[in-house]
Design a protein around this ligand. Structure first.
Ligand SMILES: CCCCC/C=C/C(=O)SCCNC(=O)CCNC(=O)[C@H](O)C(C)(C)COP(=O)(O)OP(=O)(O)OC[C@H]1O[C@@H](n2cnc3c(N)ncnc32)[C@H](O)[C@@H]1OP(=O)(O)O
Ligand SMILES: Cc1cc2nc3c(=O)[nH]c(=O)nc-3n(C[C@H](O)[C@H](O)[C@H](O)COP(=O)(O)OP(=O)(O)OC[C@H]3O[C@@H](n4cnc5c(N)ncnc54)[C@H](O)[C@@H]3O)c2cc1C
Length: 650
């Protein structure tokens, strides 16, 4: 039963919702983990509806960056009064400042900084990337030189390329930030460490002496985030402003190493682990918008004389949109795994860090890339109106695609994942067994159970046959890349250069490995669902996901004969059959993502489906339409046409 039906909705959408064959409440609670969270979501939305001061004065699409930032800060300052989590001017405060305090501050520092951060007594960000370096952290230039006489660090940007560049909310919002700088003590460089650095006066908000800070200017998207630049000119901070949970520096300047060399990178691993859910939500938003719109948009007759049909009736439209719904679910299940692993790490299990880094690196890269691709597919499937900012899809894409770059550029992250695969391949070649169980990589120690894939023509395909096929491809690509590395090294090429010359093969292996991981998490995740009608929908989504992925990597499956052409044909049929089964429930399935109209920010994706009249209202509210004739018309185009008319009379 679809609980999203309301009087006054577009009848075309209501008729879709009346076809619902499952409980949208149960599916929504499963996606958001429990019914309590759905209830809380609805309470917050109702509160938002009742508090007009939280609303935008006009569609933000019509605002310039100055007014967008002002509006965002206004709402955030109000939000603190209303709800804990806040919007974009505080994005980095919640996603990086607070996790860094939790992850890198010792107990005394946590006691001092955490309550103030949680109470929003200051606003922070995570300033690591520099104008000259983002990926290669070993070469960051900002220095923190210890002065044992005063027990202070002197922070300095030695060159222009050392300017911190990109950190979100650095330009105008933040006043207490995390700066990643090279720790130098007693003449020794200990590499990048994190420091708590005041950059603006807590009362006047003016930049402090030695601090040059500002906004880096317009970007591809995310206009309400003041990504900034920062130059430090011998700014002094107390010794105790170095985060000291892991590495420590004594008053005399002696350094104490952390238990694990990469603990300082913990915040990045945290964001990579949790951003998977954000990407799932973004893909869920895009598929909600495009499927609701496709259910009310009529275009073209299938049979002459029988009237125009909803574009969702076209198999091609289903093929463009429904796999995005399936992937949104797949990413949600995969993200649950990495969040659990991160919780284990935060709980003190440092040994889990390499496994967490390995899985979160590859997952972050694949999920952000497929999310961006999927949103763009949803946008294109909405025709011209998908290209309008009224749809919400261009901004959604511009926000999501940034995830391919931040938190570790995707190619670099896939190569990090490949490091783990190559180490395992080396162990296998030496007949070494895994030192500890790792459900993500254990399959690499096995050989392909069946020499031939078990995908066959059936109405109820077995997910394990597809997952084994993905394991087979990932194993083959991993060992092929490993063997190529070894051959190059045997020819006298250095390990580093061999790595670079195998980069594309390593990336392919990491992508195949991550695909296997996601498929396994999706297949395991739906087993928890006990409600049979909802379970049937999830099984259809899983079938669509698995066989859609088979078609995405069919060349790798056919390469060594593990799969034959007939099985690719079976896979195609399984995709079409899943589309057919999902079509009647399509609108109710995206309703179950439970995104409200504020989150959707889309005229096309409105819950009520009343698109056309609201599209016209939206367009009319454009500031351009305050004028029938633009004030400058006669100065330019008007004069040009008048001159042309006069000219033609001569
Ligand atoms: C809503 C969200 C808003 C997001 C806002 C955005 C924020 C940001 O973008 S913050 C800045 C993000 N920047 C990055 O992610 C930088 C990416 N670069 C790196 O992480 C590193 O430079 C590197 C991993 C690419 C290379 O680091 P390096 O120290 O050179 O390490 P190696 O490649 O030589 O590997 C050595 C060893 O360390 C392991 N390792 C690397 N990183 C981690 C980690 N984070 N956690 C655990 N282990 C890590 C790596 O696996 C190697 O191990 P072995 O293979 O066993 O030798
Ligand atoms: C919207 C947005 C928000 C951001 N927010 C923050 C923030 O809050 N805090 C922060 O510190 N940073 C932030 N960043 C910066 C981000 O983390 C960096 O842009 C990212 O780490 C990539 O570094 P880079 O831009 O210097 O690219 P580079 O490191 O210069 O890489 C450029 C390209 O070179 C290639 N490349 C580089 N190294 C390798 C390698 N080892 N192997 C193979 N190929 C390689 C890759 O193709 C890469 O795309 C943000 C960036 C964006 C776009």
């Amino acid at each position: 039963m679809n609980s999203y039906i309301k009087p006054g909705d577009n009848p075309l959408l209501t008729e879709e919702r009346k076809k619902c064959q499952f409980s949208t409440d149960i599916l929504a609670a499963f996606y958001h983990e429990n019914a309590q969270k759905i209830k809380r979501r609805h309470e917050i939305y109702q509160y938002y509806l009742e508090n007009k001061e939280l609303h935008d004065p006009e569609p933000t699409e019509f605002m310039d960056r100055y007014h967008r930032l002002e509006n965002a800060e206004r709402k955030v300052s109000l939000l603190k009064k209303h709800v804990k989590k806040a919007g974009s001017p505080l994005g980095l405060h919640y996603t990086m400042m607070i996790p860094t305090i939790l992850n890198n501050a010792d107990d005394e520092q946590k006691a001092e900084w955490l309550p103030k951060a949680q109470n929003l007594e200051f606003i922070g960000t995570y300033a690591q990337t520099e104008l000259g370096h983002g990926t290669n952290l070993r070469f960051l230039e900002t220095t923190a030189t210890y002065d044992p006489k005063t027990q202070e660090f002197i922070l300095n940007s030695p060159t222009t390329s050392a300017a911190k560049w990109w950190p979100g909310n650095l330009g105008k919002s933040s006043n207490r930030i995390i700066v990643v700088a090279r720790l130098i003590s007693n003449g020794k460089d200990y590499g990048p460490h994190s420091f708590f650095v005041p950059i603006r006066d807590p009362i006047t908000h003016k930049s402090l002496p030695g601090v040059t800070v500002g906004d880096i200017g317009p970007k591809f998207g995310i206009p309400t985030v003041d990504n900034g630049f920062l130059l430090l000119n011998n700014v002094r901070i107390p010794r105790r402003n170095m985060f000291m949970k892991n590495a420590k520096l004594n008053p005399d300047g002696t350094y104490i190493s952390p238990k694990h060399a990469k603990l300082a990178y913990g915040t990045m691993v945290y964001v990579r682990a949790v951003m998977i859910r954000t990407m799932s939500h973004m893909l869920g938003l895009a598929s909600t918008i495009s499927i609701r719109y496709s259910a009310i948009r009529k275009q073209g007759e299938i049979e002459a004389g029988k009237g125009e049909v909803k574009v969702l009736e076209y198999q091609t439209q289903q093929y463009r949109l429904l796999p995005q719904v399936a992937r949104a679910w797949a990413f949600e299940f995969a993200g649950r795994y990495t969040r659990k692993l991160y919780a284990q790490f935060l709980g003190g299990d440092v040994d889990v860090l390499p496994a967490l880094h390995g899985v979160s690196s590859g997952l972050k890269a694949v999920v952000t890339h497929q999310t961006a691709q999927g949103i763009e597919q949803c946008r294109m499937a909405c025709g011209g109106h998908g290209y309008s900012e009224a749809s919400g899809l261009p901004q959604l894409f511009a926000t999501a695609v940034a995830g391919c770059t931040y938190e570790g550029e995707n190619m670099v992250m896939l190569l990090q994942s490949a490091r783990q695969l190559v180490k395992i391949a080396s162990d296998v070649r030496k007949n070494q067994k895994p030192t500890k169980q790792n459900p993500v990589t254990d399959y690499l120690y096995k050989t392909s159970a069946a020499t031939k894939c078990k995908i066959d023509q059936t109405t109820d395909p077995d997910p394990s046959s597809v997952i084994e096929a993905f394991e087979h491809v990932a194993r083959r690509l991993t060992f092929a890349a490993f063997d190529k590395l070894e051959q190059l090294k045997q020819r006298g090429i250095s390990a580093e250069n061999a790595w670079v010359q195998c980069g594309v093969d390593l990336r392919r292996a990491a992508t195949a490995h991550t695909r296997t991981f996601i498929a396994r998490q999706f297949s395991n995740g739906i087993l928890e669902m006990r409600d049979l009608p909802v379970q049937a929908v999830l099984k259809d989504l899983l079938q669509l996901y698995l066989f859609y992925e088979v078609l995405e990597c069919d060349g790798d499956l056919l390469y060594d004969g593990y799969v034959i052409g007939q099985q690719i044909e079976y896979s195609k049929n399984n995709v079409y059959e899943a589309l057919r089964r999902l079509r009647p429930n399509a609108v109710s399935i995206v309703d179950s993502f439970d995104f409200n109209d504020r989150e959707l920010n889309s005229v096309l994706g409105r819950r009520d489906g009343n698109v056309y009249e609201n599209m016209l209202e939206w367009a009319k509210s454009s500031p351009l339409n305050k004028h029938d004739v633009m004030p400058f018309h006669h100065k330019y185009l008007g004069k040009m046409m008048e001159d042309a008319r006069q000219q033609s009379k001569l």
